[in-house]
Design a protein around this ligand. Sequence first.
Ligand code: NAP
Length: 316
Amino acid sequence: MKLLIARPMTAAVETRARSEFDVEIRDDTQPLSTEEMLRALTEFDVIVPTLGDQFSAQVFAQAPDLRCKLLANFGVGYNHIDVQAALASGVAVSNTPGAVTDATADIAMTLLLCTARRAGEGERLVRAGRWQGWHPTQMLGHHVTGKRVGIVGMGRIGQAIARRCHFGFGMRVAYQSRQPKTVEFPAEYIPNLKSLASTVDFLVLAVPGGSETHHLIDADVLGAMPPSGILINIARGEVIDESTLIAALRDGRIAGAGLDVYEFEPSVPLALREMENVTLLPHLGTATEEVRTSMGHMALDNVAAFVDGRPLPNPV
Ligand code: NAP
């Protein structure tokens, strides 16, 4: 069984992979090119791909003799893989849910707090040596405690964010998802996204990417938000129509945004980079040693199950 891991991993994950499998670990941190994906599909039994590796229907159609039987994705989000096309080609897909939940919720709170309290702007001010000292109306931001948060996508990560907002910050929680949820704290289900957007101080996105959620946040939803509203995105960049977001921020139709992901990642529009009222992170959601190691182990657990002929622990 030949395994390809598409990126360098943490030392613990690479050590396990080398001890358990006949593995090639790619040395490059950039996504696989089409040629590399075609080679991988024809020369390896299992691939551990990740964000940016665009396993599209076209790629599966181009691969002449498929050897690959499993894409054990590193990450919970798998919108870069055309799952229907993979399954139709006899390639199973698995992912790494759960391992990422708390770390990603923590980054959502980082973005929410930084944007509301102008922490990025303040940090830049101090570092530039331009801070003139405290005064009663210096850099007034938005109060967070007790405010109303709207979660779009009340799944594992959405609920972890809501929990932090409720128990940590006394916030009132409302949410939208395809189905109402049973949770251990008060949370109002508002199935209509515009209605949700119009009643909250913070709108936090935690849905999967893909065609169903592409540009879910468009001019209508942004227009429904109050001018004091702040948008937070830890989901996938293409969930927001980015140019419409830029226009809404520029025109003061919303107060700010905190973004971990971008529509054309890793390209971040200059317009966003020039705005003081946005917090911009380089897709840090799961970026801790512990979490990346857990994700790697989870991906390898799926590989091991495949090798042993057992059911995959995390099929998608
Ligand atoms: P999850 O447990 O599957 O939750 C997804 C939620 O989105 C579910 O509540 C689902 O609703 C809802 N949803 C799906 N499609 C929807 C739609 N069209 N409209 C409204 N709601 C919809 O997934 P998760 O583990 O929380 O992860 C969520 C996403 O976060 C991942 O797919 C990934 O893209 C992203 N993520 C980002 C980072 C980062 O580094 N920034 C890290 C990890 C994950 P129902 O439950 O009602 O079906």
